[in-house]
Design a binder for this molecule. Structure first.
Ligand code: NAD
Ligand code: ZN
Length: 384
């Protein structure tokens, strides 16, 4: 079968790889029809991780079930399913608590942050930027879709990651009706966090970035854009809130944040949020920060910048703010968000800028990695 394979820093090729096959009675095989490129893929694409050359990328996957293992009871051949990026067993202590993002059975080692398809340090599982994908514990890890699945794939595929992840950021930040909410990052995740804040009834949502095309996208859903090249987010937010600050905020950038001059500055967004959010407000951090040495591997000297981020903890404490962090437990939100889509109340596909064939994956990666004008969210269709 064909797959988009990581070959080394900034090199992805589409080539033949061994077919996905049932390896365990609980597995299912999904023919992938829609699979997204994510900002998280770029950590691997840019060579910042220990992701092994030769592995298939892709953790935002949707498709049709073509085979089920002998122990599979719920999922049937022919059904359309979307696959939360977290791979989980459903029966470990963490899964029982709803923390499928930190499943003890599927993660490669106790120090890992869960398991995922096509991901560095999150287990050996192949990605879904391919014709077919093996899904472990298919009954648990596949969310079945309704009859509108085929024509609304672009909406439903966002359930694999960025819609629930954006929603999780607003959940950790405690966004309530009427709240004033500031979102750092207007990439796909930040746009979904802004969208989630709007869906939750926030009174005012600011979207902070320095890519004007992405900020224009945020404006489409009623967010107020703040371009850090022109305005200080804290000045804008405080002058609109009698100096108090936003009720809450979301971090949707991660360690690869840049300052207005284009230099990497991993602490900018957290310090910006601590400043913008009011006393006793909350901050949800879904942008990725990784420890200096995940899994005992030293990777190209990049990890120090990713892990040790000098945030103003004194100011955070002084303001009595709360922070939530980590991978999103996608499954927690997936049925609810699926049913908002099915009921016509949410259409997350507005974030998509490009639909490409699998063969065009290398060019999709190049454009998205450069954050080229207008390349907001790239979707691949392995079935042509
Ligand atoms: P992206 O890189 O396309 O978007 C990041 C955006 O942040 C860009 O538009 C960039 O211009 C902007 N930005 C950079 N510096 C900034 C600054 N100082 N202030 C404001 N904005 C700034 O990626 P994405 O797909 O939107 O993902 C964002 C982050 O979320 C990544 O770290 C990704 O790995 C992470 N992520 C986390 C989870 C999770 O479960 N926690 C899931 C998916 C993605
Ligand atoms: Zn993703």
């Amino acid at each position: 079968m064909k797959a988009a394979v990581y070959e080394g820093p900034r090199t992805v090729t589409v080539k033949d790889v061994p077919d996905a096959k049932i390896e365990h009675p609980c597995d299912i095989i999904v023919q992938i029809t829609t699979t997204n490129i994510c900002g998280s893929d770029l950590h691997m694409y840019e060579g910042r991780t220990s992701f092994e050359p030769g592995r298939t990328l892709g953790h935002e996957n949707l498709g049709k079930v073509v085979e089920v293992g002998s122990a599979v009871r719920k999922v049937k051949v022919g059904q359309y399913v979307v696959l939360p990026f977290n791979i989980a067993c459903g029966f470990c202590k963490q899964c029982e608590r709803g923390l499928t993002n930190y499943c003890l059975t599927m993660q490669p080692e106790p120090s890992a942050a869960g398991a995922a398809y096509g991901f560095a340090d999150m287990g050996p599982y192949q990605g879904g930027q391919a014709e077919y994908l093996r899904v472990p514990y298919g009954d648990f890890n596949a969310l079945r879709l309704g009859e509108d699945a085929e024509e609304r794939q672009l909406d439903y595929v966002m359930l694999a990651d960025i819609f629930p992840t954006g929603y999780h950021a607003t959940e950790m930040a405690g966004v309530k009706p009427g709240d004033q909410t500031v979102i750092f990052g207007a990439g796909p995740v930040g746009l979904m966090a802004a969208y989630s804040a709007v869906l939750r009834g926030a009174g005012r949502v600011w979207s902070v970035d320095f890519h004007s095309d992405r900020l224009r996208k945020a404006e489409e859903i009623g967010a107020i854009p703040i371009d850090i090249r022109e305005q200080d987010p804290s000045d804008v937010v405080k002058s609109a809130t009698l100096g108090l600050g936003a009720d809450n905020g979301c971090e949707c950038v991660g360690y690869q944040a840049h300052d207005p001059q284009g230099r990497e500055d991993a602490s900018m967004t957290m310090n910006g949020l601590i400043d913008c959010v009011r006393f006793t407000g909350a901050i949800g951090v879904v942008g990725v920060f990784v420890p200096e040495d995940p899994g005992g591997k030293d990777v190209q000297g990049e990890l120090e910048a990713q892990g040790k981020v000098p945030i103003d903890f004194g100011k955070l404490w002084f303001k009595g703010q709360r922070i939530g962090t980590g991978q999103a437990p996608v499954k927690r939100y997936n049925r609810m968000l699926r049913d908002l889509i099915a009921g016509g109340k949410a259409e997350p596909s507005w974030v998509v800028s490009h639909e490409l064939g699998l063969d065009e994956a290398p060019s999709g990666y190049e454009h998205f990695d450069r954050r080229d004008e207008g390349w907001t969210k790239v979707v691949l269709h392995p079935d042509g």
